[in-house]
Design a protein around this ligand. Structure first.
Ligand SMILES: CNC(=O)c1cccc(C)c1Nc1nc(N2CCN(c3ccccc3Cl)CC2)nc(N2CSC[C@H]2C(=O)NC)n1
Length: 183
């Protein structure tokens, strides 16, 4: 099982590389990796397992975070409406998004970042994501709110982007607004 010792931290090259797309149809190995990433995220939210294995809780994880530069992510999050979103996706791609942006008021955290980096992280409010699931089926997800934010955070990892790259350096707590993106 994946534990915190498998999660690479800032300074590891995989966090700043553009990850490789996986072959289609995905190999058994790539599917297994996707399933292991998802299992980690689920385990990290289980109080007993998190305590037993000293897991830091997360709601998303990307393959580069375990040092493997492949385009695979996992998300397991209950959204603001109590709906559970649980996905392990290969070659995920944001194919469309809203103009409107949003952000987590508490800022963002990352299992590969062992420090707080304060500030609002602008994210699209709504996104459409295409990818391949662990049954090798093409999927298209229309997402908004928290789960959309998590997907954007994890897909950024596949392009070597860290959440704090997106925080306004001069005004970290200036609420990101659509207007600023067009100004
Ligand atoms: C440093 N301060 C902060 O992180 C932060 C601080 C306050 C508010 C927010 C909103 C913050 N921001 C933030 N909080 C989270 N969690 C909230 C707690 N939760 C959790 C905790 C315990 C049990 C079960 C669970 Cl579920 C785990 C997830 N997760 C993310 N991100 C950014 S997108 C990927 C996702 C991720 O999984 N990061 C590891 N950001």
């Amino acid at each position: 099982m994946i534990t915190m010792k498998d999660i690479v931290r800032e300074g590891h090259p995989a966090l700043r590389e553009k990850a490789q797309a996986v072959a289609v149809p995905p190999s058994k190995e790539d599917i297994e990796l996707a399933e292991r990433l998802l299992q980690f995220v689920k385990n990290s939210q289980d109080p007993a397992l998190a305590e037993r294995y000293d897991l830091r809780p997360g709601i998303g994880l990307a393959s580069p975070q375990v040092g493997i530069s492949k385009r695979i992510i996992a998300v397991h999050v209950e959204d603001e409406n109590g709906h559970l979103h649980s996905h392990a996706l290969l070659n995920p791609k944001i194919v469309s998004h809203s103009v409107k942006v949003t952000y987590l008021e508490g800022g963002e955290g990352c299992l590969s970042v062992d420090r707080e980096v304060p500030g609002f992280v602008p994210r699209y409010e709504k996104i459409t994501v295409k990818g391949i699931n662990t049954k090798s089926e093409p999927v298209e997800l229309k997402l908004k709110g928290l789960v959309a934010i998590v997907f954007q955070h994890e897909i950024d990892h596949l392009d070597g982007i860290m959440f704090y790259d997106r925080i306004n350096k001069e005004q970290p707590f200036d609420p990101p607004s659509t207007v600023s993106l067009t100004r």
